[in-house]
Design a protein around this ligand. Structure first.
Ligand code: SAH
Ligand code: SF4
Length: 364
Protein backbone atom coordinates (compact mmCIF):
# COMPACT_ATOMS: atom_id res chain seq x y z
CA UNK A 1 0.00 0.00 0.00
CA UNK A 2 1.07 3.56 -0.64
CA UNK A 3 0.90 6.37 1.89
CA UNK A 4 -0.97 8.23 -0.88
CA UNK A 5 -3.75 5.63 -0.61
CA UNK A 6 -4.88 7.11 2.69
CA UNK A 7 -7.08 10.13 3.11
CA UNK A 8 -6.49 12.32 6.14
CA UNK A 9 -9.02 10.61 8.46
CA UNK A 10 -7.57 7.18 7.57
CA UNK A 11 -4.06 8.43 8.26
CA UNK A 12 -5.22 9.85 11.59
CA UNK A 13 -6.80 6.48 12.49
CA UNK A 14 -3.61 4.66 11.63
CA UNK A 15 -1.44 6.93 13.74
CA UNK A 16 -3.86 6.63 16.61
CA UNK A 17 -3.56 2.86 16.40
CA UNK A 18 0.21 3.32 16.54
CA UNK A 19 -0.20 5.41 19.73
CA UNK A 20 1.13 8.53 18.05
CA UNK A 21 -0.13 11.99 19.05
CA UNK A 22 -2.96 13.33 16.88
CA UNK A 23 -0.93 16.19 15.36
CA UNK A 24 1.37 13.73 13.60
CA UNK A 25 -1.27 12.99 10.96
CA UNK A 26 -1.40 16.60 9.82
CA UNK A 27 2.37 16.78 9.93
CA UNK A 28 2.72 13.80 7.61
CA UNK A 29 -0.09 15.08 5.37
CA UNK A 30 1.61 18.43 4.94
CA UNK A 31 4.97 16.77 4.36
CA UNK A 32 3.45 14.70 1.56
CA UNK A 33 1.29 17.30 -0.13
CA UNK A 34 2.83 20.68 0.68
CA UNK A 35 6.51 19.91 0.94
CA UNK A 36 6.23 17.09 -1.59
CA UNK A 37 8.34 14.62 0.40
CA UNK A 38 8.69 11.27 -1.27
CA UNK A 39 10.52 9.14 1.28
CA UNK A 40 10.29 8.68 5.07
CA UNK A 41 13.86 10.03 5.53
CA UNK A 42 12.74 13.43 4.33
CA UNK A 43 10.34 13.77 7.26
CA UNK A 44 13.10 15.03 9.53
CA UNK A 45 10.68 16.49 12.06
CA UNK A 46 9.28 13.03 12.83
CA UNK A 47 10.90 10.75 15.40
CA UNK A 48 13.14 8.10 13.88
CA UNK A 49 10.89 5.34 15.22
CA UNK A 50 7.89 6.70 13.32
CA UNK A 51 9.89 7.17 10.13
CA UNK A 52 10.96 3.55 10.42
CA UNK A 53 7.39 2.44 10.90
CA UNK A 54 6.30 4.34 7.79
CA UNK A 55 9.16 2.85 5.80
CA UNK A 56 8.13 -0.64 6.87
CA UNK A 57 4.40 -0.15 6.51
CA UNK A 58 4.24 1.41 3.05
CA UNK A 59 5.83 1.03 -0.36
CA UNK A 60 8.68 3.44 -1.13
CA UNK A 61 9.35 4.86 -3.59
CA UNK A 62 5.63 5.03 -4.38
CA UNK A 63 6.29 4.44 -8.08
CA UNK A 64 9.43 2.88 -9.47
CA UNK A 65 10.74 4.66 -12.56
CA UNK A 66 11.47 2.00 -15.12
CA UNK A 67 12.55 4.42 -17.80
CA UNK A 68 11.69 7.78 -19.23
CA UNK A 69 11.83 9.41 -22.62
CA UNK A 70 12.11 13.04 -23.58
CA UNK A 71 10.73 14.22 -26.95
CA UNK A 72 13.25 15.69 -29.38
CA UNK A 73 12.03 19.25 -28.73
CA UNK A 74 12.18 18.74 -24.96
CA UNK A 75 8.55 19.73 -24.45
CA UNK A 76 7.22 16.28 -23.61
CA UNK A 77 8.46 13.72 -21.15
CA UNK A 78 7.02 10.28 -20.73
CA UNK A 79 7.78 8.18 -17.69
CA UNK A 80 7.22 4.46 -17.51
CA UNK A 81 6.48 3.42 -13.93
CA UNK A 82 6.44 -0.02 -12.39
CA UNK A 83 3.74 -0.65 -9.81
CA UNK A 84 4.26 -2.71 -6.66
CA UNK A 85 3.02 -5.88 -8.39
CA UNK A 86 5.04 -5.38 -11.55
CA UNK A 87 2.38 -3.84 -13.81
CA UNK A 88 3.58 -0.96 -15.94
CA UNK A 89 1.87 2.37 -16.48
CA UNK A 90 2.85 5.59 -18.17
CA UNK A 91 2.36 9.27 -17.46
CA UNK A 92 3.29 12.19 -19.64
CA UNK A 93 4.34 15.74 -18.81
CA UNK A 94 3.67 18.33 -21.50
CA UNK A 95 5.21 21.76 -21.28
CA UNK A 96 3.48 24.59 -23.14
CA UNK A 97 5.36 27.88 -23.34
CA UNK A 98 8.74 28.34 -21.71
CA UNK A 99 9.39 30.13 -18.42
CA UNK A 100 12.58 31.44 -20.01
CA UNK A 101 10.38 33.42 -22.41
CA UNK A 102 8.99 35.35 -19.50
CA UNK A 103 10.95 35.09 -16.26
CA UNK A 104 8.01 36.47 -14.29
CA UNK A 105 5.94 33.45 -15.12
CA UNK A 106 7.97 31.02 -13.08
CA UNK A 107 7.99 33.12 -9.94
CA UNK A 108 4.85 35.22 -9.82
CA UNK A 109 2.37 33.63 -7.46
CA UNK A 110 -0.65 34.51 -9.57
CA UNK A 111 0.86 33.04 -12.68
CA UNK A 112 2.38 29.94 -11.21
CA UNK A 113 -0.55 27.87 -12.28
CA UNK A 114 -1.41 30.24 -15.11
CA UNK A 115 -2.34 29.39 -18.64
CA UNK A 116 0.70 30.63 -20.49
CA UNK A 117 3.30 28.24 -19.19
CA UNK A 118 1.13 25.26 -18.68
CA UNK A 119 2.58 22.10 -17.27
CA UNK A 120 -0.02 19.52 -18.14
CA UNK A 121 0.13 15.97 -16.85
CA UNK A 122 -1.55 13.16 -18.69
CA UNK A 123 -1.99 10.35 -16.19
CA UNK A 124 -3.21 6.76 -16.15
CA UNK A 125 -6.15 5.34 -14.22
CA UNK A 126 -5.79 1.66 -15.07
CA UNK A 127 -3.07 -0.74 -16.17
CA UNK A 128 -4.41 -1.50 -19.65
CA UNK A 129 -8.04 -0.90 -20.59
CA UNK A 130 -11.08 -3.10 -21.07
CA UNK A 131 -12.84 -0.89 -23.65
CA UNK A 132 -11.01 -2.20 -26.69
CA UNK A 133 -11.10 0.86 -28.96
CA UNK A 134 -9.33 -0.49 -32.03
CA UNK A 135 -7.18 2.58 -32.71
CA UNK A 136 -5.75 2.81 -29.18
CA UNK A 137 -2.55 1.13 -28.01
CA UNK A 138 -3.88 0.74 -24.48
CA UNK A 139 -7.06 -0.85 -25.79
CA UNK A 140 -4.96 -3.21 -27.88
CA UNK A 141 -3.14 -4.51 -24.79
CA UNK A 142 -6.32 -5.39 -22.86
CA UNK A 143 -7.20 -4.86 -19.21
CA UNK A 144 -4.78 -5.65 -16.39
CA UNK A 145 -6.21 -3.94 -13.31
CA UNK A 146 -7.55 -0.75 -11.78
CA UNK A 147 -5.05 1.60 -10.19
CA UNK A 148 -5.62 2.43 -6.54
CA UNK A 149 -6.37 6.04 -5.66
CA UNK A 150 -2.83 6.27 -4.26
CA UNK A 151 -1.27 5.06 -7.50
CA UNK A 152 -3.19 7.77 -9.34
CA UNK A 153 -2.16 10.45 -6.82
CA UNK A 154 1.44 9.20 -6.93
CA UNK A 155 1.78 10.04 -10.64
CA UNK A 156 0.89 13.66 -9.95
CA UNK A 157 3.14 13.91 -6.91
CA UNK A 158 6.05 12.41 -8.83
CA UNK A 159 5.96 15.21 -11.38
CA UNK A 160 5.09 17.86 -8.81
CA UNK A 161 8.24 16.94 -6.94
CA UNK A 162 10.31 16.90 -10.12
CA UNK A 163 9.04 20.30 -11.28
CA UNK A 164 9.69 21.82 -7.87
CA UNK A 165 13.43 21.61 -8.51
CA UNK A 166 13.04 24.18 -11.30
CA UNK A 167 10.42 26.23 -9.47
CA UNK A 168 7.68 25.01 -11.73
CA UNK A 169 4.29 23.62 -10.79
CA UNK A 170 1.74 21.30 -12.32
CA UNK A 171 -0.98 23.43 -13.86
CA UNK A 172 -3.38 20.85 -15.32
CA UNK A 173 -4.05 17.16 -14.92
CA UNK A 174 -5.85 15.23 -17.63
CA UNK A 175 -7.06 11.64 -17.21
CA UNK A 176 -6.08 10.71 -20.73
CA UNK A 177 -3.33 8.21 -20.10
CA UNK A 178 -3.88 4.48 -19.92
CA UNK A 179 -7.34 3.27 -18.94
CA UNK A 180 -10.94 4.39 -18.76
CA UNK A 181 -11.39 6.68 -15.71
CA UNK A 182 -15.13 5.98 -15.38
CA UNK A 183 -14.42 2.25 -15.30
CA UNK A 184 -12.44 2.95 -12.10
CA UNK A 185 -14.83 5.60 -10.85
CA UNK A 186 -14.38 5.42 -7.07
CA UNK A 187 -10.60 5.48 -7.12
CA UNK A 188 -10.41 8.30 -9.63
CA UNK A 189 -12.79 10.47 -7.59
CA UNK A 190 -10.92 9.64 -4.38
CA UNK A 191 -7.66 10.70 -6.06
CA UNK A 192 -9.21 13.97 -7.26
CA UNK A 193 -10.59 14.73 -3.81
CA UNK A 194 -7.26 13.94 -2.15
CA UNK A 195 -5.31 16.21 -4.52
CA UNK A 196 -7.96 18.89 -4.08
CA UNK A 197 -7.69 18.95 -0.27
CA UNK A 198 -7.31 22.55 0.99
CA UNK A 199 -4.91 21.39 3.72
CA UNK A 200 -2.88 19.37 1.26
CA UNK A 201 -1.94 19.79 -2.38
CA UNK A 202 -4.85 22.20 -3.06
CA UNK A 203 -5.11 21.33 -6.72
CA UNK A 204 -8.20 23.11 -8.06
CA UNK A 205 -11.00 20.90 -9.37
CA UNK A 206 -11.25 23.02 -12.53
CA UNK A 207 -7.69 22.05 -13.44
CA UNK A 208 -8.64 18.39 -13.89
CA UNK A 209 -10.13 16.97 -17.07
CA UNK A 210 -11.67 13.53 -17.19
CA UNK A 211 -11.84 11.93 -20.59
CA UNK A 212 -14.29 9.07 -20.97
CA UNK A 213 -15.19 6.64 -23.71
CA UNK A 214 -18.81 7.49 -22.86
CA UNK A 215 -20.03 5.38 -19.92
CA UNK A 216 -23.43 7.06 -19.69
CA UNK A 217 -24.46 5.99 -16.15
CA UNK A 218 -21.18 7.32 -14.75
CA UNK A 219 -21.56 10.58 -16.68
CA UNK A 220 -24.90 11.05 -14.89
CA UNK A 221 -23.46 10.12 -11.52
CA UNK A 222 -20.59 12.53 -12.10
CA UNK A 223 -23.12 15.27 -12.92
CA UNK A 224 -25.03 14.55 -9.71
CA UNK A 225 -21.91 14.69 -7.56
CA UNK A 226 -21.16 18.19 -8.78
CA UNK A 227 -17.36 18.35 -8.84
CA UNK A 228 -16.10 21.29 -10.90
CA UNK A 229 -13.94 18.97 -13.01
CA UNK A 230 -13.92 19.27 -16.82
CA UNK A 231 -15.45 16.50 -18.88
CA UNK A 232 -14.37 15.26 -22.29
CA UNK A 233 -16.15 12.55 -24.27
CA UNK A 234 -14.40 10.40 -26.85
CA UNK A 235 -16.90 10.29 -29.69
CA UNK A 236 -14.93 9.69 -32.93
CA UNK A 237 -17.99 8.83 -35.02
CA UNK A 238 -21.35 10.44 -35.76
CA UNK A 239 -23.49 7.35 -36.29
CA UNK A 240 -23.79 4.11 -34.36
CA UNK A 241 -22.62 1.68 -37.05
CA UNK A 242 -19.45 3.68 -37.65
CA UNK A 243 -18.76 4.10 -33.96
CA UNK A 244 -19.35 0.44 -33.21
CA UNK A 245 -16.79 -0.50 -35.85
CA UNK A 246 -14.02 1.25 -33.93
CA UNK A 247 -15.39 1.41 -30.36
CA UNK A 248 -17.01 -1.76 -28.96
CA UNK A 249 -18.46 0.25 -26.03
CA UNK A 250 -21.02 1.67 -28.45
CA UNK A 251 -22.90 -1.63 -28.22
CA UNK A 252 -23.63 -0.91 -24.57
CA UNK A 253 -23.98 2.85 -24.69
CA UNK A 254 -24.84 4.20 -28.12
CA UNK A 255 -24.33 7.76 -29.32
CA UNK A 256 -27.86 8.83 -28.44
CA UNK A 257 -27.50 7.60 -24.88
CA UNK A 258 -24.11 9.28 -24.48
CA UNK A 259 -25.43 12.58 -25.79
CA UNK A 260 -28.48 12.41 -23.51
CA UNK A 261 -26.15 11.86 -20.54
CA UNK A 262 -24.07 14.85 -21.67
CA UNK A 263 -27.17 17.02 -21.84
CA UNK A 264 -28.03 15.96 -18.31
CA UNK A 265 -24.49 16.85 -17.20
CA UNK A 266 -24.71 20.30 -18.82
CA UNK A 267 -28.13 20.94 -17.33
CA UNK A 268 -26.85 20.04 -13.87
CA UNK A 269 -23.43 21.72 -13.96
CA UNK A 270 -23.75 24.44 -16.63
CA UNK A 271 -20.34 23.33 -17.81
CA UNK A 272 -19.25 22.94 -21.42
CA UNK A 273 -18.47 19.43 -22.64
CA UNK A 274 -15.59 18.64 -24.97
CA UNK A 275 -16.06 15.98 -27.65
CA UNK A 276 -12.86 14.33 -28.73
CA UNK A 277 -12.32 13.23 -32.28
CA UNK A 278 -9.30 11.32 -33.59
CA UNK A 279 -9.26 12.17 -37.29
CA UNK A 280 -8.73 8.98 -39.29
CA UNK A 281 -8.16 9.37 -43.00
CA UNK A 282 -11.18 8.32 -45.03
CA UNK A 283 -12.94 6.94 -41.94
CA UNK A 284 -14.34 9.90 -40.00
CA UNK A 285 -12.88 13.01 -41.63
CA UNK A 286 -15.17 13.67 -44.59
CA UNK A 287 -17.36 16.78 -44.93
CA UNK A 288 -20.44 14.49 -44.75
CA UNK A 289 -19.32 13.14 -41.38
CA UNK A 290 -18.63 16.66 -40.14
CA UNK A 291 -22.15 17.71 -41.16
CA UNK A 292 -23.70 14.72 -39.42
CA UNK A 293 -21.67 15.45 -36.30
CA UNK A 294 -22.75 19.09 -36.33
CA UNK A 295 -26.40 18.00 -36.60
CA UNK A 296 -26.04 15.71 -33.58
CA UNK A 297 -24.33 18.36 -31.45
CA UNK A 298 -26.62 21.23 -32.43
CA UNK A 299 -27.77 23.23 -29.43
CA UNK A 300 -25.42 21.49 -26.98
CA UNK A 301 -22.97 23.57 -24.92
CA UNK A 302 -19.87 21.95 -26.34
CA UNK A 303 -16.68 22.10 -28.25
CA UNK A 304 -14.96 19.58 -30.53
CA UNK A 305 -11.32 18.75 -30.00
CA UNK A 306 -10.00 17.01 -33.08
CA UNK A 307 -6.57 15.46 -33.34
CA UNK A 308 -5.10 13.61 -36.30
CA UNK A 309 -4.84 9.91 -35.39
CA UNK A 310 -1.59 8.88 -33.79
CA UNK A 311 -0.22 5.70 -35.30
CA UNK A 312 -0.35 2.49 -33.26
CA UNK A 313 0.95 -0.95 -34.10
CA UNK A 314 -2.36 -2.76 -34.05
CA UNK A 315 -4.41 -0.46 -36.27
CA UNK A 316 -3.85 0.24 -39.95
CA UNK A 317 -5.76 3.58 -40.08
CA UNK A 318 -3.82 6.67 -41.12
CA UNK A 319 -3.88 10.23 -39.80
CA UNK A 320 -5.89 12.86 -41.62
CA UNK A 321 -3.64 15.40 -43.29
CA UNK A 322 -3.52 19.06 -42.34
CA UNK A 323 -5.69 20.23 -45.21
CA UNK A 324 -8.51 17.80 -44.60
CA UNK A 325 -8.34 18.48 -40.87
CA UNK A 326 -8.75 22.19 -41.56
CA UNK A 327 -11.71 21.45 -43.85
CA UNK A 328 -13.33 19.31 -41.13
CA UNK A 329 -13.01 22.17 -38.67
CA UNK A 330 -14.38 24.62 -41.22
CA UNK A 331 -17.46 22.48 -41.91
CA UNK A 332 -18.21 22.16 -38.20
CA UNK A 333 -17.76 25.85 -37.57
CA UNK A 334 -19.98 26.81 -40.46
CA UNK A 335 -22.66 24.73 -38.79
CA UNK A 336 -22.08 26.60 -35.54
CA UNK A 337 -19.97 24.03 -33.67
CA UNK A 338 -16.66 25.23 -32.26
CA UNK A 339 -13.69 23.10 -33.13
CA UNK A 340 -9.97 23.11 -32.46
CA UNK A 341 -7.40 20.95 -34.13
CA UNK A 342 -4.99 19.89 -31.43
CA UNK A 343 -1.28 19.82 -31.97
CA UNK A 344 0.25 16.40 -32.04
CA UNK A 345 2.60 16.03 -29.14
CA UNK A 346 5.30 13.60 -28.26
CA UNK A 347 4.65 11.41 -31.25
CA UNK A 348 8.36 10.66 -31.59
CA UNK A 349 8.37 9.07 -28.12
CA UNK A 350 5.00 7.28 -28.50
CA UNK A 351 3.48 9.62 -25.94
CA UNK A 352 0.68 10.94 -28.13
CA UNK A 353 -2.94 10.16 -27.31
CA UNK A 354 -3.60 6.46 -27.57
CA UNK A 355 0.04 5.55 -27.99
CA UNK A 356 0.75 4.87 -24.36
CA UNK A 357 1.61 1.24 -23.81
CA UNK A 358 3.72 1.17 -26.94
CA UNK A 359 6.85 0.90 -24.89
CA UNK A 360 5.11 -1.36 -22.41
CA UNK A 361 4.65 -3.99 -25.08
CA UNK A 362 8.28 -3.57 -26.11
CA UNK A 363 9.32 -4.42 -22.57
CA UNK A 364 7.19 -7.50 -22.28
N1 SAH B 1 -10.22 6.09 -21.81
C1 SAH B 1 -10.43 7.47 -21.92
C2 SAH B 1 -9.19 8.28 -21.65
C3 SAH B 1 -7.91 7.79 -22.22
S1 SAH B 1 -7.72 7.88 -23.96
C4 SAH B 1 -11.04 7.82 -23.24
O1 SAH B 1 -11.05 6.98 -24.12
O2 SAH B 1 -11.53 8.93 -23.39
C5 SAH B 1 -7.49 9.63 -24.23
C6 SAH B 1 -7.93 10.11 -25.60
O3 SAH B 1 -7.06 9.63 -26.62
C7 SAH B 1 -9.32 9.65 -25.99
O4 SAH B 1 -10.04 10.70 -26.57
C8 SAH B 1 -9.04 8.58 -27.00
O5 SAH B 1 -10.12 8.35 -27.84
C9 SAH B 1 -7.85 9.18 -27.71
N2 SAH B 1 -7.09 8.23 -28.52
C10 SAH B 1 -6.93 6.91 -28.31
N3 SAH B 1 -6.13 6.40 -29.26
C11 SAH B 1 -5.80 7.41 -30.08
C12 SAH B 1 -4.98 7.50 -31.25
N4 SAH B 1 -4.35 6.44 -31.73
N5 SAH B 1 -4.83 8.70 -31.82
C13 SAH B 1 -5.45 9.80 -31.31
N6 SAH B 1 -6.22 9.78 -30.22
C14 SAH B 1 -6.40 8.59 -29.61
FE1 SF4 C 1 -9.53 2.61 -23.29
FE2 SF4 C 1 -9.69 5.20 -23.89
FE3 SF4 C 1 -8.02 3.57 -25.22
FE4 SF4 C 1 -10.65 3.35 -25.59
S1 SF4 C 1 -9.36 5.11 -26.12
S2 SF4 C 1 -9.21 1.65 -25.29
S3 SF4 C 1 -11.39 3.77 -23.56
S4 SF4 C 1 -7.90 4.11 -23.08
Amino acid sequence: MLLYDLDLPALADLLKSWDEPAYRAKQIWQGLYQRLYRSPEEFTSLPASLRKRLAEGFIFPPLKVKTYLESSDGSTRKTLFELGDGHLIESVLMRYGDPADDPQMSTSATNRRGAKNRRTLCISTQAGCAMGCVFCATGQMGFKRNLTSGEIVAQVMYYANMLKATDEVVSNVVFMGMGEPFHNYENVMAAIDRLNDPDGYKFGARRFTISTVGLAPQIRRFADEGRQVNLAISLHAANDAERLAIMPVNKKHNIGEVIEACKYYIEKTHRRVTFEWALISGVNDTPEVAKRLAARLKGILCHVNAIPLNPTEGYPGAATDRQRAAAFKETLEQAGIECTIRMRRGVDIQAGCGQLAGSVSELR
